[in-house]
Design a binder for this molecule. Structure first.
Ligand code: NI
Ligand code: MN
Length: 227
């Protein structure tokens, strides 16, 4: 998994390249060029611009398929003509890279499609991806929820990406509680310090989580880890 800044990452799973929430060209923390990035799938947790990002450009150029919540996937497929897999919460499907499930996220999901007002595109999600004998979790943008206890019960998560930036998602204290529920082996804090509104003290999160025995990986843009 290579971290691409904000909530974006590239996951190599089952011999395929999964690009998640490709907010690249407008992201002050991103270093990857949407004009040259290669991938087999684009995964979207929800429609907000800081996740949707360069989705259309990348799908048109690469011929990759979209995987996203039902309404959002159908919107992207209609807009770009790309192949895709509209899914919904609680459901899983087997792909050529492994198995993917959608998890609940408490957030919203919209794009300013018609005349600048927000058009709703279904509900936001997180992803559980099981491939190569490993389990990877991208929580998307979400509040702390009791549902995370169930996710932690059903999956032995090797690496979880959790938002900690507050304001729009969990802040450091809530995200530390989410770690207790999810019980990942390692956690990567994301969705913080990209903009002034989500500037937080990452150590407030790391100290609490570290005390609970979960390893915290503070990744910079471009850093790669083995899940
Ligand atoms: Ni969002
Ligand atoms: Mn966001």
């Amino acid at each position: 998994m290579t971290y691409l800044g904000h909530s974006a990452c590239m996951l190599e799973a089952g011999g395929k390249r999964l690009l998640i929430d490709p907010f690249l060209s407008g992201n002050p923390a991103a270093t990857l060029d949407p004009e040259t990035v290669e991938c087999d799938y684009v995964l979207l947790t929800h429609g907000h611009q800081d996740h949707y990002g360069d989705t259309e450009l990348i799908l048109r150029r690469t011929g990759a398929c979209i995987i996203a919540p039902y309404e959002l996937a159908n919107y992207v497929m209609t807009k770009t003509g790309c192949c895709g897999y509209p899914m919904n919460h609680g459901g899983g499907a087997n792909f050529d890279f492994g198995r993917l499930n959608l998890t609940n996220a408490i957030h919203s999901s919209s794009l300013p499609i018609y005349g600048g007002s927000a058009t709703y595109l279904g509900n936001p999600c997180g992803f559980i991806i099981q491939a190569d004998g490993k389990t990877f979790h991208h929580a998307g943008d979400t509040a702390l929820t009791m549902d995370m206890q169930l996710t932690g019960e059903f999956y032995e998560i090797d690496v979880a990406l959790l938002p900690i930036g507050d304001c729009y998602t969990m802040g450091p204290i809530h995200a530390a509680k989410a770690c207790e529920f999810l019980q990942p082996k390692r956690v990567v804090p994301v969705h913080y310090n990209t903009f002034p509104a989500i500037e937080v003290d990452v150590d407030a999160f790391a100290d609490r989580v570290g005390a609970a025995g979960v390893e915290v990986l503070k990744l910079g843009t471009g850093d790669t880890i083995e899940v």
